[in-house]
Each structure stands twice: as structure tokens, then as C-alpha cells.
Unconditional design. Structure first.
Length: 276
């Protein structure tokens, strides 16, 4: 028996065949096909941001907000600021807990920590510093500063116990003018309240092997820094061969607060310039 199909039904059947064929062809395309050149099978690295002495993770809030808006995952481990070895271990534990690739970002003493924490790791793509100490093996914060203007905070430390053998914090009355003099008073006070006491011995602890010898690096110099002499910042950036920019008006924290949007661009440039 021959079944006669009506013309409208034959037309609908033809459309169905065409649609099914098109879907099959699309599903056969390579998963990496991207007309805009974006990396679909190469996810963005997680940005791990490490704070410095007399500071805490909340200081990164402006940078984190922009990074997340731009599609990056972030992590901001809290250091205990009692020993270099302990802080390196904390950052390494954070790296171990995050799958995939990472870029490490650091401020101040945090630069010392990430230079050690990233050593020997294949999951770290690059290092980004802002107003940071960057040691070679055997260097200490103290030895790096020899021949440069001492940090203004040293005149305003309040020890929690025996002087020079107990943790210390910066006198809150002087914190804004030595740490964050380019910020409005309210914002500087927020950072002031986020202070963590730091072990004075951190200044004299030697660095272990460092990662910047095998990883690319980027450095943002704070031109009006009263904690780390800007001349020292330029010197360590040159020594490690970092791609370097400078914020002429930035205080010690200005590079990642007042200039947060510009600093994020440097981090994203690091992502763009490192192989995934």
C-alpha cells in the first residue's frame, strides 16, 4: 500500500531533516572553535593576592572587585606575620587547595613570601608585585634595605610585649601619614583598623630559593612610598627583570587602592603574557 503524504506535511518533514542535519554538523565542530579568539579550553588562572605586614586580606577588596567583575576567581590568604616559613606554608597550602593555574600577586612583605612560596611549582604562571620586597636567596628585608631610606614606620612601632622580641604594630595615630598618605582619611582609617601585628624578626629572616628566576614578573612602583624607598623598588624590579610601571603619586598602599583599576590591568596583562 502506498501512503500519500500531503504537500504541507512533506514540507514540514523536509524542514525537520534540514534542522537535524544542521545540528549534527554543529555538534561535530571542534570545541575550541571561537570566532573572537577567546580561550575556551584554557580557563583563566586564579589570582592569589598576598598582603604585607601591618595589613590584612581586606586591603585587596578594590582589586578583587574588579578582577571578579572581569571574570577571574581570586583567593586572599591571611598571613599570621609571625615567621617567613609559616607564611610561606600558608600560601603554599592555599595554592594546593586551588585546582588549575594561578598568578601570585603581592604587596610589601608579601613579595618576600610569594617569591619563596612559588619556588618549584608548575601551577604558578607568574608573579606580580606592588611596592614589594623581592629577595634573592639569602636576602632579608633588612639586607635589601641597606643603603636606602629606612621605612618611616620604624619610628612609630608599638610592641605588644618586650621591645624588638614581640610582635609590633604601627601607632594608629601615625598609620595614615606613613602608610596611606594619598588616601582620603576615611579609607586610610579602614586600613588602619585592619592592621595585624607583625613579628619584628621578619625583618631579619633570610629568604630561601626564589621563583622569580624561572617565572616572569611584573612590578608596580609606588613613587611616594614612605615604607619602602621607591629607589629600592626600582632596583629590585630591575634585578628580577620585571615588566615595570610606576604610579608617581602612590603611597605604600596607593598602588592597589587608589590605583586599583590600573593595577588590575597589570595583573590581567600578566595573564595575557604568560603561556597557559
Amino acid at each position: 500500500m502506498t501512503i500519500q503524504l500531503s504537500a504541507p506535511f512533506r514540507l514540514r518533514l523536509l524542514h525537520l531533516v534540514i534542522l537535524t542535519t544542521a545540528l549534527l554538523l554543529l555538534s561535530a565542530l571542534p570545541a575550541t572553535a571561537d570566532p573572537e579568539g577567546n580561550k575556551q579550553n584554557d580557563p583563566r588562572p586564579t589570582i592569589v593576592l598576598v598582603h604585607g605586614a601591618w595589613a590584612g586580606p581586606d586591603g585587596w577588596d578594590r582589586v578583587v572587585a574588579v578582577l571578579r567583575k572581569d571574570g577571574y576567581e581570586t583567593a586572599t590568604p591571611r598571613l599570621d606575620l609571625m615567621s617567613v616559613q609559616g607564611d610561606v606554608a600558608r600560601v603554599r597550602a592555599t595554592l594546593d587547595s586551588i585546582p588549575g593555574k594561578k598568578i601570585l600577586v603581592a604587596h610589601s612583605y608579601g613579595g618576600f613570601v610569594i617569591s619563596n612560596a612559588a619556588y618549584g611549582r608548575s601551577d604558578v604562571l607568574g608573579l606580580v608585585y606592588t611596592a614589594a620586597y623581592v629577595p634573592d636567596e639569602g636576602d632579608s628585608v633588612f639586607s635589601l634595605g641597606e643603603g636606602y631610606t629606612p621605612g618611616a614606620q620604624l619610628e612609630h612601632l608599638i610592641f605588644t610585649g618586650e621591645p624588638f622580641s614581640s610582635p609590633a604594630y604601627i601607632d594608629p595615630a601615625y598609620f595614615p601619614e606613613v602608610f596611606a598618605q594619598d588616601l582620603n582619611p576615611r579609607y586610610a582609617q579602614e586600613l588602619n583598623e585592619d592592621q595585624q601585628p607583625a613579628n619584628f624578626g621578619l625583618l631579619f629572616s633570610p629568604s630561601g630559593p626564589v621563583a622569580w628566576k624561572t617565572l616572569p614578573s611584573w612590578y608596580a612602583v609606588s613613587g611616594r612610598d614612605l615604607i619602602i624607598d621607591p629607589a629600592l623598588q626600582r632596583a629590585v624590579a630591575a634585578r628580577i627583570g620585571a615588566t615595570t610601571i610606576e604610579y608617581p603619586g602612590a603611597s605604600h598602599v596607593g598602588g592597589f587602592t587608589r590605583y586599583a583599576a590600573r593595577f588590575v590591568k597589570l595583573i590581567e596583562r600578566a595573564d595575557a603574557e604568560t603561556p597557559g
